[in-house]
Design a protein around this ligand. Structure first.
Ligand code: ADE
Length: 227
């Protein structure tokens, strides 16, 4: 799967999404991440300006339509086909594990990172297919949200996780939070690993884990139980 990112800060996407498990996936050619600097598509060759004052007044600057449009046309031409363009914005629908699965089915996606006070609405209407927020809080730009999405989507691409890192028993995969995990030693600072996990009785372990998932979800995310 290929991720294209339209951004004013391509340098932010260094090790954050190119190290560790995703770094291994990039080396194996399972995924790739390409940043496209929107400033390279500025029509103001001298200063590389890509923003301007908002019509109607108000604080801050607004990203102009044309450089973003041109940057996306460049991506589509390079890919040789159309693709979804996801605009990261606090005004979008909230990202979730099920949305990550939906995007992971695509051959490639393009992510648009906003900055300043926003993006000229007309280019959003013209080319954006999805408006996505990563939660009800406001960040300084769309780069961190784009990285969050890339990480969540890329790990669902077949082959990215090894079998022992499998995602199928994790939180949200069945609408519940994951059960608690323990490793050696059996006792740490007076806290013991639950006996059942040492019993070797596979069916009982599964039952205990299923119960713990429900208990945890009720305790920490009662909203998920209602759903
Ligand atoms: N840009 C700024 N805040 C954001 C958020 N919460 N989600 C997505 N993009 C954003």
């Amino acid at each position: 799967m290929k991720f294209y990112v339209l951004t004013l800060f391509p340098e932010m996407f260094g090790n954050a999404v190119k190290g560790s498990i995703l770094g291994r996936a990039i080396e194996k050619d399972l995924i790739s991440i390409e940043e496209i600097n929107i400033r390279d598509f500025s029509h103001d060759k001298k200063h590389g300006k890509v923003d301007d004052y908002p019509y109607g007044g108000g604080a801050g600057m607004v990203m102009q339509a044309e450089p973003i449009y041109d940057a996306f046309m460049y991506v589509k031409e390079k890919a040789g086909h159309d693709m979804r363009l996801i605009y990261l914005t606090p005004q979008g629908s909230v990202f979730s594990q099920s949305k990550a699965h939906e995007f992971a089915m695509e051959e490639d996606v393009c992510l648009l990172c906003g900055h300043y006070e926003g993006v000229d609405e007309r280019v959003i209407e013209e080319i954006v297919t999805d408006r996505i927020s990563i939660g009800d809080y406001v960040l300084t730009g769309g780069e961190l949200p784009a990285m969050v999405m890339i990480d969540a989507i890329a790990r669902l691409v077949p082959g990215v996780l090894h079998n022992d890192e499998s995602s199928s028993t994790e939180s949200f995969e069945n609408g519940l939070l994951e059960y608690p995990q323990y490793t050696r030693p059996e006792e740490w600072r007076g806290r013991k690993v639950p006996d059942i996990l040492l019993s070797g009785h596979h069916a009982n372990v599964e039952k205990w884990r299923a119960e713990q998932s429900i208990i945890r979800t009720k305790m920490y995310r009662p909203d998920l139980i209602k759903e």
